[in-house]
Design a protein around this ligand. Sequence first.
Ligand code: CP
Length: 315
Amino acid sequence: MRRFLTPSDIGDLNQALKEAAEVKKNPYAHQHLGKNKTAVLIFFNSSLRTRLSTQKAATNLGMNVIVLDINKDGWQLETETGVIMDGDKPEHIREAVPVIGQYCDIIGVRSFARFENKEEDYSEKILNQFIELSGRPVISMESATRHPLQAFADLVTIEEHRSDKRPKVVLTWAPHPKALPQAVPNSFVEWMKVADVDLTVTHPKGYELAPEFMEGVHVEYDQKKAFEGADFIYAKSWASFSEYGKVLSTDRSWTVNEEKMALTNNAKFMHCLPVRRNMVVTDGVIESPDSIVIQEAANRVVSAQTVLKRMLESL
Ligand code: CP
């Protein structure tokens, strides 16, 4: 396994879920795999869960871990090619990445969409340079268009809380004061499409996700109608794709509240966190017994460890 970005990178999903359950049951069973192996985790953006859970996962596997907040601890990187480097960026990404590869066996990268140029973001310019130039297996720890460790953890969490019936899973847009990337909803849709679930996406007009993710996905613009009979409600805010990076609405009639949750089939509430209370979801819903956001965050260790284990096995 040389990269982790999409569900196809992990192969058979049922096998991956089985492996994840084993990893969760016995987290220290594969410490021999990581002996004398090093993971470098590079952050271009802030993190709480991804940083701690991936570090914990690598440690559980016996690895050494180096975490680099590149904006604070490294040289500012030039990412454009062909430029005269007479500005404030002293190092080019095309040297930095192969150098990082010299010091480790596996690389994790977090690099969000910048919302300056849709084509540049959706071509995964930064992540792809790590894949191309590092000489090491690369894990996306949330890139411009995807957050696969989150989506895999979400799927593990749904598997743990579902009944035998094929669950109705609803991804709902929610209001937020800032423009947030589409990586989480893109990956959530991408993973749910290949999982054994019945997926509905609901959002106001103008918040349609990129067509390459949405082919064949049921969209319901009436949020209350979408919630009817749902087994899982997954809330997330994202900025517009068509009017790229713009906040078109902060309409709090889209906030997930108790009244809307009452329309569901006693649905579990999910969110990747961090979440803005009483914008995205009310205090009452996130603190209810049906909220599984903490269990979901806990499964971030499980998804990261399953992926790292696969990569170590294929070194
Ligand atoms: N869900 C998630 O990725 O959280 P962090 O941004 O804190 O890593």
